[in-house]
Design a binder for this molecule. Structure first.
Ligand SMILES: [Fe+2]
Ligand SMILES: [Fe+2]
Length: 329
């Protein structure tokens, strides 16, 4: 059976185009020799690992948005069963799960477009050619991710606009002229979070098609996060305390924005729960708090490797309940 059409018939309304102006320094590198064999090796891996969203995914399993879902006891993860204190009755649990699924896959789609544009920006701004090569190959990966999720959302027949906090985050990243901060925002924070969410989606989703997509995409994202860590490793040893403080501020703001999206405000509005009630639930439910910490674990370890898990950053992440307070302070 032929795959679903990828033409974007989703109606995103009058806000279809977001135009963001920025002033960027584009750098050429006239030294074509390999300066980072590790980056070149990653680039080779990326070239060999290409897949095709149209032909490498089995799009044939049927789905009907809103249909009864299989018993949740078969699933692991945060949607295994309706939690105590959930602000909707049991008979609306499946409906919530469909809305959550639609919201989450829509945010995957929008976030992937952010990755596409941010990595294109990296090609222009990073000084070394090894980085430009890898970033260029990632641009192709991200285009494929946008394509795959766009086809998926089309198939689902339901979508959400970009979450306001995610939109702010992506705008911050693509207007940034300091190339290391583009790496930090996209490769370490947005991609680190995406990798964790995709892996969870692969393990727990009720839909076999999204499990295939998130599996393929997560393999690429693992490479992308590795790229960010490789590119930035050692860089922060030589910065002034003022420059480090700027990076700390960026990380704190990014963590706040990325955790804010998990308040799920748009879903509460759509399922008829008062936003204040829904947000309170999202902030306090122990399963959701664990979920957010789990999602941020990859980011925390990448920041630690880069020397950016400073006391200030750590305290901020603890206050946002994105990591457990360290026992040894
Ligand atoms: Fe991606
Ligand atoms: Fe990526």
């Amino acid at each position: 059976m032929s795959p679903v059409a990828s033409s974007p018939s989703q109606d995103f309304g009058p806000d279809r185009i977001l135009a963001v102006k920025s002033s960027i320094t584009t750098r050429f590198d006239w030294d074509y020799s390999t300066k980072s064999p590790k980056l070149r090796a990653l680039y080779e891996k990326g070239k060999a690992a290409q897949w095709n969203a149209v032909t490498d995914i089995d799009w044939t399993p049927q789905m009907q948005f809103g249909a009864p879902l299989r018993p949740t006891t078969e699933l692991r993860g945060s949607h295994a069963r309706r939690p105590a204190g959930f602000p909707l009755p049991e008979d609306m649990w499946d409906m919530y799960r469909w809305e959550y699924h639609s919201w989450m896959t829509s945010q995957f789609l929008h976030g992937e477009q952010g990755a596409l544009l941010a990595t294109a920006r990296l090609v222009e701004t990073v000084p070394d050619l090894d980085d430009k090569f890898y970033a260029a190959s990632q641009v192709v990966d991200e285009a494929r991710h946008v394509e795959a999720f766009s086809m998926y959302v089309e198939r689902l027949g339901h979508h959400y606009p970009i979450n306001p906090a995610l939109r702010s985050m992506l705008s911050n990243v693509v207007t940034e002229d300091r190339w290391d901060i583009i790496y930090l925002g996209m490769q370490i924070i947005v991609e680190g979070l995406a990798l964790a969410v995709f892996r969870l989606g692969h393990a727990t989703s009720f839909d076999p098609v999204i499990r295939q997509i998130t599996d393929l995409v997560a393999r690429d994202e693992a490479r992308h996060v590795a790229f960010g860590v490789l590119a930035l490793q050692g860089l922060y040893d030589d910065l002034t305390s003022r420059e480090i403080a700027d990076r700390e501020e960026f990380i704190k703001e990014a963590a706040l924005l990325m955790s804010r999206r998990f308040r799920l405000e748009e879903i509460w509005e759509r399922v008829g729960v008062a936003p204040a009630v829904g947000v309170e639930y999202a902030l306090t439910d122990p399963v959701m708090r664990d979920f957010r910490r789990l999602m941020f674990a990859k980011i925390v370890s990448a920041l630690a490797r880069l020397g950016l898990l400073t006391e200030g950053v750590r305290r901020h992440l603890e206050e946002l309940a994105l990591m457990l307070p360290s026992a040894h302070r």
